[in-house]
Design a protein around this ligand. Sequence first.
Ligand code: UDP
Ligand code: MG
Length: 310
Amino acid sequence: MDKIDLSIVVPLYNEEGNIDLLLEKVTAAANEIDGTYEVILVDDGSADKTWEQVQAASKTMPQLRGCRFSRNFGHQRALLAGLGLARGDAILSMDGDLQHPPELIPVLFDHWRNGFDVVATKRNDGEVAGFFKRLTSRLFYRLFSWLAGISMKAGASDFRLIDKRVRDELLKFRDVDLFIRGAVEWLGYKTVTVEFEAAERHAGQTKYSLKKMIKFASGAIVSFSVKPLKFSVWLGFLTSFAAFIELAYILWAYTQGITVPGWASMLGVTSLLFGILFILLGIIGSYITRLHVGAQGRPPFVIAEQVNDK
Ligand code: UDP
Ligand code: MG
């Protein structure tokens, strides 16, 4: 087997309209690098013709390897599978909808050749991403950075190149639903960041529903921070303190002969405290969920089929 310098990993979920152009552009860009390459397409259980297209392309393109999941397992797991299959000394990951410009492949590769272990990218959203996506992305990274103590900037994405050593470390993580962006940052290798202008998605629609975004964000926070659990303790102290003051007032009022009618305020305080209590239970619940899922130790994904897996 020949030595491979660069692996290009692309997760695909219902991207039938993008594969031809993607392969054309990726091939053109990868031919410019001073080295050999392979392209790894991971079909994350698509319901459209994505896999048929990968199979067809693999017949004429010897550098193309592909695998298909038995069902949809999610973007991060598809990426992880691709990273595991990659044989290159450097491994680049990018989206399959052409929002990550393939023209940058040689640029990222050169930074790696110049000694960087991680070549990260920062997306300048401009008007491409909608207002809602930009706002939620900015809020999420600010909250995540604060909670996890890992500095992450808005516009971070999974368009990045990492050295094989970084990949080997990533594969050691045992997180349930590893948040790869955070994990790369956490590892702390020598990093350079390249800015790029995000393009519009070429064909199809975003595969990140609001539900998937919320799951992604809360999973990232729970796996990289225990601060939410510690808030519970502080909130507990705070409410106990308030209760203590109230008790003192009631006793004082009693000595003054003031009868306390108090039904409305009782109800108010009770429902407030129950509200807080349920939120805290929910927070604890999300950590327990991860423990539970982690303890089951199920495989993070199932590969049903592969092509060109020499
Ligand atoms: N993707 C995937 N599995 C999923 C959702 C998305 O493999 O369950 C892929 C998708 O095909 C694309 C990349 O992940 O290559 C990013 O998804 P998308 O472009 O829909 O996200 P957005 O750019 O809207 O954040
Ligand atoms: Mg996209």
